[in-house]
Design a protein. Structure first.
Lengths: 177, 172
C-alpha cells in the first residue's frame, strides 16, 4: 500500500453515534491527519462543511435531521456548496447492492461498509487522493465519474444521453476554430 | 452538443499530500491499528452503553406499542450495534442486531411484525454483551444467532412484499 503524508489535510466526520465518531477520529489521526472536525447529524455536518472547507468528508448514511445521502446531494450542489467536488466517503452498515448504487448516484466518491477496519478506510482515503476521478454533470447527476474503468471491448450504445462521438467532437472543434 | 459535462475537481489534493518512500518507516495503517488497540479498553463499556440505548428503545416499543416513532428508535439503535459491534469485539451481537434490522426493514406492514421475536433479539444482544461473549465461535452464541436468523427469515419470507417495494420503504 502507498504511504501518504496526510498531515496537511482537513477531515470532516459526520456520524451520529458518539462511539463510532471516536473510532473514526482515532483511525484518521492514526493515519497522520491532524485537523479533524466532527458533526453529529447531517445539518451540523453541512454547516461545518461550509465553514471549515474540509478536504475529505467521511459520512454515515442513517442519521437524524437529514441522512448522509441528503447531505451528499447538498455538498454536491453547484449552486450552494462551497466545494462541490470534495471527496466524500460513505461509511455505512448497508451492503445491499441497491444501497451502493443509490449512494453512488447521489455522488459519493467511495463507499465503505461497516465493520470498519484501518486498512479498508486507509485504502478509500488514499484512493481519493492518489486516483482522483473527474466529475460528470449529466442529467440529474453531478458527481465523480461512475465509470471507473473504460472497457475497450464495449460495443453497446453510448448511455450518456446526447453523448457525442469522438469524430463529432473533432468536427465541432474544427468548426469552432 | 453533448448534454453532459466533464469537470475537473476544484482542489487538486495531490498538491497537499506527500507520497512517503517505503524507507520512511511510516506505516499509517499499523499506526492506526495501534491507536485502536489503545482505544479498545473502552469497548466493553461502550457496548454496554449501546445495549442500554437498545433496551430503552425496546421499553418505548412496549410502552407505546409499535408506532413508527418507537420502531424507528429501535431500528436506529440496532443499526448502530450492527455497525460497530464487530469493531468493538462483539461480532455475535452485531449479527443478532443485523437480524433485528432485517425484520424491521423488510416487513413494511407493522401489524405483521412479530413482537415476541423482536423482544428475543433485544434479550439476546443484552445477554451476549453481559456475558462478554466476544468470540465468534462461542457455541451457545453461534446457535442463538442461527436460531434467531432462521426464525426471522421464515417470518420475513411470509410477509415481505414479493415485488421490490422495499425501494419505497423509508428505512435506510
Amino acid at each position: 500500500m502507498i504511504n501518504v503524508d496526510l498531515s496537511q489535510l482537513r477531515f470532516l466526520i459526520v456520524e451520529d453515534n458518539t462511539h463510532m465518531r471516536r473510532v473514526i477520529r482515532t483511525l484518521i489521526n492514526g493515519f497522520g491527519a491532524r485537523e479533524v472536525t466532527e458533526a453529529e447529524d447531517g445539518a451540523a455536518g453541512l454547516e461545518l462543511f461550509q465553514t471549515t472547507s474540509p478536504d475529505i468528508v467521511i459520512t454515515d448514511w442513517y442519521m437524524p435531521i437529514f441522512s448522509g445521502i441528503e447531505l451528499t446531494r447538498m455538498m454536491r450542489s453547484r449552486e450552494s456548496s462551497s466545494n462541490p467536488t470534495v471527496p466524500i466517503i460513505m461509511l455505512t452498515g448497508h451492503s445491499e447492492k441497491r444501497k451502493v448504487i443509490e449512494a453512488r448516484d447521489a455522488g459519493i466518491t467511495e463507499f465503505l461498509c461497516k465493520p470498519i477496519s484501518a486498512k479498508a478506510l486507509y485504502a478509500r482515503v488514499a484512493n481519493c487522493l492518489i486516483n482522483p476521478r473527474s466529475f460528470v454533470r449529466a442529467g440529474g447527476f453531478y458527481g465523480p465519474d461512475r465509470r471507473r474503468f473504460s472497457n475497450p471491448l464495449y460495443k453497446g450504445a453510448e448511455r450518456r444521453a446526447g453523448a457525442i462521438s469522438d469524430e463529432q467532437k473533432s468536427d465541432e472543434l474544427k468548426e469552432a476554430s | 452538443m453533448a448534454d453532459y459535462e466533464i469537470v475537473k475537481p476544484k482542489v487538486d489534493l495531490r498538491k497537499k499530500i506527500k507520497i512517503l518512500p517505503n524507507s520512511s518507516g511510516m506505516d499509517p495503517v499499523a499506526k492506526a491499528e495501534e491507536a485502536m488497540e489503545r482505544l479498545s479498553i473502552n469497548f466493553g463499556n461502550w457496548m454496554r452503553d449501546e445495549v442500554a440505548k437498545l433496551q430503552y428503545a425496546w421499553d418505548m416499543v412496549e410502552k407505546k406499542d409499535m408506532t413508527e416513532e418507537s420502531l424507528d428508535k429501535l431500528f436506529r439503535s440496532a443499526h448502530d450495534i450492527k455497525g460497530q459491534a464487530h469493531t468493538m469485539g462483539f461480532p455475535l451481537a452485531g449479527h443478532i442486531a443485523g437480524s433485528l434490522c432485517e425484520l424491521i426493514e423488510r416487513i413494511p406492514n407493522r401489524e405483521n411484525l412479530p413482537k415476541d421475536l423482536l423482544c428475543k433479539h433485544v434479550q439476546a444482544i443484552s445477554a451476549v454483551v453481559k456475558e462478554n461473549a466476544r468470540e465468534e465461535d462461542n457455541v451457545i452464541g453461534k446457535e442463538l444467532v442461527a436460531e434467531l436468523g432462521n426464525l426471522s427469515e421464515e417470518i420475513i419470507s411470509k410477509f415481505e412484499p414479493q415485488e421490490d417495494t422495499t425501494e419505497n420503504t423509508d428505512k435506510k
